[in-house]
Structure formats: C-alpha cells, structure tokens
Ligand binder design. Structure first.
Ligand SMILES: [Zn+2]
Length: 330
C-alpha cells in the first residue's frame, strides 16, 4: 500500500508530508464519505457545484473540509475533485490516476512546482483526482488574484469563438510572461520546462487557460504552480501533439517536413524566441530527457491498470526518441 498522494510505501494512508501539504497536517481518509456522482444523486451534486459546471457536463466539483471530512460546497472550496469524466473516451476510467501520475512525475522527477494533489476513492471504490487550490490561502476563502493566458492575451469566447483557448502559440505566452513578470528569467525557464514536459508526456490539452499568473503576497506577479497535467493521448488517440503551435510556421522547416513532428531544434527555437539563453535551453532539455529510469519506475508504481501503463510508457518513450533524431536538419 502506498500514500495516495506521493506513492511513498506505507500503510495506504497519507504520509506526513502529504498531510501537511494537502491538509495542513490533518489526518484525512483516502476514501471520500460519499458516492460517485450518479443518476440518483446528481441533483444534489449539481445544486452544490453550479459554478464549476462546464456546458452541462460535470467535470469537477468544489470541496471543503469540515471537521476532518470532505463536503461538497458551492463556494470557496479549497479543493477541486475530478471524478471519472462522463465522456465517451477510451480508458476514461483511468483519467483520475493518469492526471495524478503525470502531476507526481512533474514534481518528483523534475522538481517542478505543481498544485498539491492525490488520488482518492469514493465509497463505491471509483477513483477521483483531488487537488488543493493554490489561489485560496485561508480557510476564510481569501483569494489571490489569478489570471490565465486567455485573459492576458485578450481572448474570450465572445471575441474569438468557441475555440478561443486553442488559439495563439507558446511563443506568445512566453512574450506575455516577459511583459507581466518582473523576475522574468526564472519564470520563463519554468514555463519552457513545462511546455517541454507537456510534449514529452503527450499532454495535448495545454491550452491558454492551463497557464496562469498570480499576484504574490509582495504585490508582484509570478507563474502559478502547474495544474491539469495528464497524458491526454491515452484517451484521445490521434489528437495533435500540442494544443497550441510552438511558434508561427513551426511546421515549415526541413526537420518537420522530413519527420512530421517537433524535435529538439523546435524547442531550441522556441527558447530563443522567448529569450532563454541557448545553453540554458540545452540544459533544460537535457535534464528532462535524462530521467527515463525514474519516470519508468513511477509509471510502474502507479495505480494505472496494466495495459494503460504500457501505453503511457509507449507514448512517453516515443516522444523521448524524437529528440534523438539527427540534429541540424533545420
Ligand atoms: Zn505522501
């Protein structure tokens, strides 16, 4: 049995560190005191979580802790709960653990700043991903100002249509980071690392709203911890490799024309365009590519079922190999 947060071997309860990070030290059960959303209790769920409904499809719910137990809430919930999404996609029952695993790899293997998260179970045993909101800092629900890059780039459904969050490029986000964040260099490097991570782990849904900045207690701006990381291709085979293009005309070069995918030269070019020094970009790329053994160990130790584990590994290794094709074809 391992910790539902970090997989540390133990009794199956939350380890001390996860208890501290997720619950300020409180002992919380890894089983939720209520059932999976279903036809008979949906009205109760919906009444309590109106604010998070997305086009009628319930993908997430807001929770808060009350006397050591989770309860559904309609406001100021410090936690977001994501059950198996009610979507007709392949291996969808693996989605909560897919997200948990991917978030834990980002944090434990690469030391990236991520939202705290865990895999819980409903009373009936169904899995749910839970994450602690980083924008709510007190139990009174005081929020830090947070803005995502759809907002920062002035794109809304009204102005840019239904696909507004899939417009623009990762270069454009980098340029906005330079504009808004005073300590731009570390923020740009963390951002670049995240874009590369999303590519390596086949997160094809890293759109404009999945990157945000927040105002720090000192009044300046910083990048928020990473959130919503998962290997989306596990559920949507054949989707495009990235939600946004890296930069304009990034598929027009000889490398892409030869191989049909992004490789090292594209990420080096993205880094150059957003103002990261070439040697820093190379170091970040090499670091992300150097941890294959540790990544495989984490996939193996995860709660994914056997066949999804294999596919997760396959997609990951396929991306790693793309960085090994001959350099200098650009
Ligand atoms: Zn733990």
């Amino acid at each position: 049995m391992s910790c539902p947060g970090c997989y540390k071997k133990g009794t199956g309860r939350f380890c001390r560190r996860c208890r501290h990070e997720l619950f300020d030290g409180a002992r919380i059960a890894a089983v939720l005191p209520f059932e999976t959303p279903n036809d008979s209790n949906l009205a109760q769920y919906q009444e309590r979580t109106k604010r998070l409904s997305i086009s009628g499809v319930q993908l997430k719910y807001s929770l808060r802790l009350e006397e050591g137990q989770f309860v559904l809430t309609d406001r100021n919930g410090a936690y977001i709960l994501k059950p198996i999404p009610p979507l007709p996609l392949s291996l969808i029952d693996q989605a909560p653990e897919n997200e948990h695993l991917t978030m834990q790899i980002a944090r434990q293997v690469y030391g990236m700043s991520t939202a705290f998260n865990a895999l819980l179970r409903f009373k009936d045993g169904a899995p749910a991903y839970i994450t602690r909101r980083f924008d709510i800092v007190t139990d009174k629900g005081i929020r830090y100002l947070q803005e995502d890059f759809a907002q920062l780039s002035g794109r809304t459904r009204k102005s840019h249509g239904e696909n507004f969050k899939y417009e623009g490029s990762y270069e454009e986000i980098g340029i906005l980071i330079r504009k808004y964040i005073a300590a731009a260099v570390p923020a740009l490097e963390a951002y670049f690392r995240l874009v590369l991570f999303n590519y390596l782990f086949s997160n094809g849904d890293a759109h404009l709203k999945n990157f945000s900045i927040t105002r720090t207690p000192y009044g300046d701006y910083g990048l928020t911890p990473a959130y919503d990381l998962m290997c989306t291709v596990l559920h949507t085979e054949g989707e495009s490799d990235t939600a946004l293009e890296l930069y304009q005309d990034d598929m027009e070069d000889p490398f892409y024309q030869s191989y049909g995918f992004y490789g090292r030269p594209h990420f080096e070019e993205l880094a150059r365009r957003i103002g990261i020094l070439p040697r820093r970009a190379a170091a970040i790329i090499d670091h992300l590519l150097s941890k294959t053994d540790k990544v495989m160990e984490m996939i193996e130790g995860s709660y994914l079922s056997a066949s999804p584990k294999e596919r997760y590994t396959h997609y990951y290794l396929d991306k790693v190999r793309r960085f090994e094709v001959e350099k200098g074809i650009m």
